[in-house]
Design a protein around this ligand. Structure first.
Ligand code: BV8
Length: 241
């Protein structure tokens, strides 16, 4: 396997998707065919879905909370955390995953661009409830403002990502210039704006690597290097950690 040349000026941006958690036993979206109980995930994970049937949406996230609480980080998560130990502020991780496994593996310089499964917030007053493992089988009302519905702290389809997160990623890419090495790991590259990070990396002259057990051809075509394999097996060697 050819390996990235990481020199003293190199800056590494990593984007992860559901594939990084697959070896921990967390099902991927493509693996479940993009469906949950026969419904498209995009419908369930959306404001419209929550307005139409908040109880079912809470059951979707509560079941995922139960699943994610039972699994552990795998060697792929650990390899990313070890590379961060080596590179420090020359590494930034943007994860699409909401399962919390990167944090449990030790990643610190991390942005959860699609939210966090174990966080809840009030739709009305936005008060956050961190480290919330509650299994909600009814729609909870905010104990603070007594009127708003509590919702998962998740970026749903059709919702804007946190602009500050996108600015932090853009600034990192710009500051790296052609010293940027961009890795997309375990993602089918279907969801924007995350799927566009590779284009931003190319625009500054960065080198782009895709690691995936079954790369999506259209997405893979935008990368300089494609490493076909399981992230838990590939990353320790690829990163030399
Ligand atoms: C936005 C949280 C703009 C939810 C997620 C209409 C209206 C508004 C926007 C849109 C619209 N139509 C389209 C859009 C844009 C939309 C989008 O991109 N849709 C797609 C479906 C076309 N994007 C959005 O809506 C975003 N917001 O654009 O706002 C806007 C502007 C103005 C006003 C309002 C809005 C918000 C997107 C965020 C959605 N939330 N997650 C939750 O998790 O419950 S997305 C969710 O699905 C994940 O976070 C992830 O991003 C995505 C699934 O993708 P992957 O992670 O890649 O997973 P997948 O299963 O697909 O692939 C896994 C890969 O791993 C595979 O390639 C597989 O081969 C590989 N693999 C498997 N095992 C392994 C492995 N690889 C290595 N090792 C292994 N062992």
């Amino acid at each position: 396997m050819n390996r990235p040349q990481l020199g003293p000026a190199s800056k590494v941006l990593i984007l992860t998707g559901a594939g990084v958690s697959a070896e921990s036993g967390v099902p991927t979206f493509r693996g479940i065919g993009g469906l949950w109980e026969g419904r498209r995930v995009e419908e369930v994970a959306s404001p419209e879905g929550f307005d139409a049937d908040a109880k079912t949406v809470w059951r979707f996230y509560s079941l995922r909370r139960e699943g994610a609480a039972k699994v552990a980080p795998n060697p792929g998560h650990l390899a990313i955390a070890k590379l961060e130990e080596k590179l420090g502020d020359r590494l930034l991780l943007a994860t699409q995953n909401v399962d919390g496994l990167h944090a449990r593996a030790g990643s610190k310089r991390m942005i959860c661009i699609h939210g966090e499964l174990f966080k809840t917030r009030c739709e009305q007053c936005n008060v956050p409830f961190d480290d919330d493992k509650t299994y909600f089988d009814a729609v909870p009302i905010c104990p603070e403002c007594k009127t708003g519905r509590l919702r998962p702290h998740i970026v749903w389809f059709g919702e804007m990502l946190n602009p500050a997160h996108l600015t932090q990623i853009d600034d990192f890419i710009e500051s790296a210039g052609n010293e940027l090495v961009f890795f997309a790991i375990g993602t089918s590259g279907q969801v924007y704006p995350a799927a566009g990070f590779v284009d931003a990396a190319r625009r500054v002259g960065g080198t782009c690597w895709l690691v995936d057990v079954d790369p999506s051809p259209d997405y893979a075509a935008r990368f300089d290097h494609v490493v076909r394999g399981k992230s838990g097996e590939v990353l320790p060697h690829l990163f030399g950690v």
